[in-house]
Design a protein around this ligand. Structure first.
Ligand code: HEM
Length: 160
């Protein structure tokens, strides 16, 4: 998947090859935005929300929202997952989200934590490397850790 991270602080994606407003790059991969970048879009003329790690540009939806514009503006530029779920939105409301989808949240910090934990686990295991049982245990545990991390990242990017 063509992962694209926009590190700029402007209002649109940096990659000129990307298709605007459909959350996909020209090669079909999702657009990724950092939390810092999403935070910039917190005004009535430009409102983005994060819901379940997906980014939505809801500027054009503000006035249409049955629950009012105010509640959306309060959440502008931030993670509205909890508020959205607390209201108990209908299936229709969830389907409406799709038309405002522009990309995915890039989990820089969570990825770093995972990499650190993985490295830490390897260092601990290396301490046992002088015993014979460790010869098979280390690769086994390392494979299990990689498996868990892989599932974690897949869930993170696919959750909705
Ligand atoms: C882009 C995201 C959102 C969409 C598409 C959306 C859509 C809707 C829709 C269609 C309804 C009508 C009731 C239903 O069908 O469930 C509704 C009601 C409501 N929404 Fe949202 N909503 C969004 C985000 C939010 C957020 C983040 C909040 C809270 C901060 C919120 C608070 C409310 C409230 C309070 C109501 C009124 C519920 C009632 O009066 O029964 N919504 N929304």
């Amino acid at each position: 998947m063509g992962e694209e991270i926009n590190e700029h602080t402007g209002s649109g994606p940096v990659n000129t090859n990307s298709n605007e407003n459909n959350g996909e790059t020209a090669d079909g991969g999702a657009k990724y935005y950092t939390l810092e970048e999403v935070r910039m879009h917190n005004m009535s003329s430009d409102t983005w929300l994060i819901i379940h790690n997906k980014i939505y540009d809801i500027t054009s939806f503000l006035e249409e929202h049955p629950g009012g514009e105010e509640v959306l503006l309060e959440q502008g530029g931030s993670d509205a997952t909890e508020s959205f779920e607390d209201v108990g939105h209908s299936t229709d409301a969830r389907e409406m989200l799709q038309q405002y989808y522009i990309g995915e949240l890039h989990m820089v910090r969570r990825q770093m934590v995972s990499y650190l934990l993985f490295s830490y686990a390897l260092v601990i295991l290396m301490g046992f490397y002088d015993s014979s049982w460790a010869m098979w245990l280390i690769p086994t545990v390392a494979a299990a850790v990689v498996g868990v991390l892989y599932r974690f990242f897949m869930f993170e990017h696919k959750s909705s």
